[in-house]
Ligand binder design. Structure first.
Ligand code: KG4
Ligand code: ZN
Length: 354
């Protein structure tokens, strides 16, 4: 079979993104429309505004993608779309667009789970990024975003074993809420990251939950409460001058919590699987401190670590198109009865796909 070229569509939250990717993970082109300015005044994503903006941008972006990359519809083998999990109105815009185009252009349709997209993101390739190892070896994936914080053992595409997950909030949510509390603006994670660079990560002692070695899950709700109490305890003028230290210390607690559990999993699985890889992915993997400390951990354990370039960390259509290309190679297609789901239904992350 010749290598298929897949048109990917991502609209699960507030990023409208389209991309063309082949089965080697090669990104031919990607374009995204960011909606941050529309949600910033509300301090978070407003679902209704997000879905309306997706409708507004989607077809124009696809047109632009094809024209600017000199790709004709004949070159496209299938359309892959995020069908779950996410904001239902946002997902529906992508799914309805993908179904309409698949019908009108007579293309195969592939449903992609958003988390599976994040898991394959470190294996994308372009002119400036080449992964150190490919998906033909098993790897541990720490997937950290605004909605999810989970650790997986990935045996191959479609075969996952969830090693741990957050029992309450996602790490990205903890970043975003803290940024909102400190009135740093939206989106929050990147603002905390930037300010933390000027602060002392040891200045405040924020808690790391579920520290016991036997415990493989994460928890961030206690940290959020502790952040709130710490901010409330500071007088207004002092708070202004302490923001950088607060961000650095709070960020350190998140990074250390993520990497402590990851280290336990890596040590364990390294014994069982020779040559196992290590990936970090999802919006929070854009965090500079997490990237730095994860590299230190990989060096310490003598493991190869892959974290995607920033544009493939946060929500993007290239990862959806690549997951679609891998499904295409496996003969895994959807039909026009496809619908969107706010929840995870395609994968239970505890065995083989479907
Ligand atoms: O993967 P993503 O774009 O969307 C979801 O699937 O949720 O992740 C978004 C999350 C947000 O919580 C955002 O604040 C966080 O990723 N994020 C960061 C950074 N960049 C994005 N968190 C910490 N540091 C960053 N540099
Ligand atoms: Zn995401």
């Amino acid at each position: 079979m010749s290598k298929p070229l897949i048109l990917g569509i991502e609209s699960s939250c507030d990023d409208t993104s389209v991309a063309l990717v082949d089965a080697d993970g090669w990104v031919k082109a990607m374009f995204s429309a960011n909606q941050d300015e529309h949600h910033a005044i509300f301090g978070g994503v407003v679902p209704e505004i997000a879905s309306r903006n997706h409708s507004y941008h989607m077809l124009a972006l696809i047109e632009h993608l094809l024209v600017s990359s000199k790709t004709s519809w004949e070159d496209v083998d299938a359309i892959a779309v995020t069908s779950e999990p996410g904001l239902i109105g946002s997902l529906l815009v992508g799914v309805v667009t993908a179904k309409s185009l698949a019908f009108a252009k007579n293309k195969k349709l592939i449903a992609v789970n958003h988390l599976e997209g994040h898991i394959v993101a470190p294996f994308l390739r372009n002119e400036t990024y080449e992964p150190q190892f490919t998906m033909d070896r098993p790897f541990v994936s720490l997937a950290v975003s605004g909605g999810h914080t989970s650790l997986y053992f990935v045996n191959s595409y479609g075969s996952y074993n969830q090693l741990g997950t957050s029992i309450d909030d996602a790490a990205g949510e903890a970043f975003d809420k803290f940024a909102k509390l400190l009135q740093l603006g939206y989106p929050g994670g990147v603002k905390v990251d930037a300010l933390a660079k000027k602060g002392d990560p040891q200045k405040y002692d924020f808690p790391i939950a579920l520290k016991q070695k036997s415990q493989r899950n994460f928890s961030f709700s206690g940290l959020k409460t502790s952040g709130l109490l710490q901010v409330q305890a500071l007088a207004e003028e002092l708070l202004e001058q302490e923001k950088a230290n607060l961000c650095a210390s709070y960020q350190e607690a998140i990074v250390d919590a993520l990497l402590a559990k990851t280290k336990l999993a890596l040590l364990d699985l390294k014994e069982k699987h020779k040559n196992i890889g290590f990936c970090i992915t999802g919006g929070v993997s854009a965090n500079s401190r997490l990237r730095e400390k994860a590299r230190q951990l990989a060096n310490e354990l003598n493991m190869e670590l892959q974290i995607p370039p920033l544009k493939y960390c946060t929500d993007n259509a290239a990862m959806i198109a690549y997951a679609g290309a891998l499904s295409y190679m496996a003969g895994d297609f959807s039909d026009l009865s496809l619908s969107a789901s706010a929840k995870n239904t395609l994968l239970d992350f505890s065995g083989e796909k479907r």
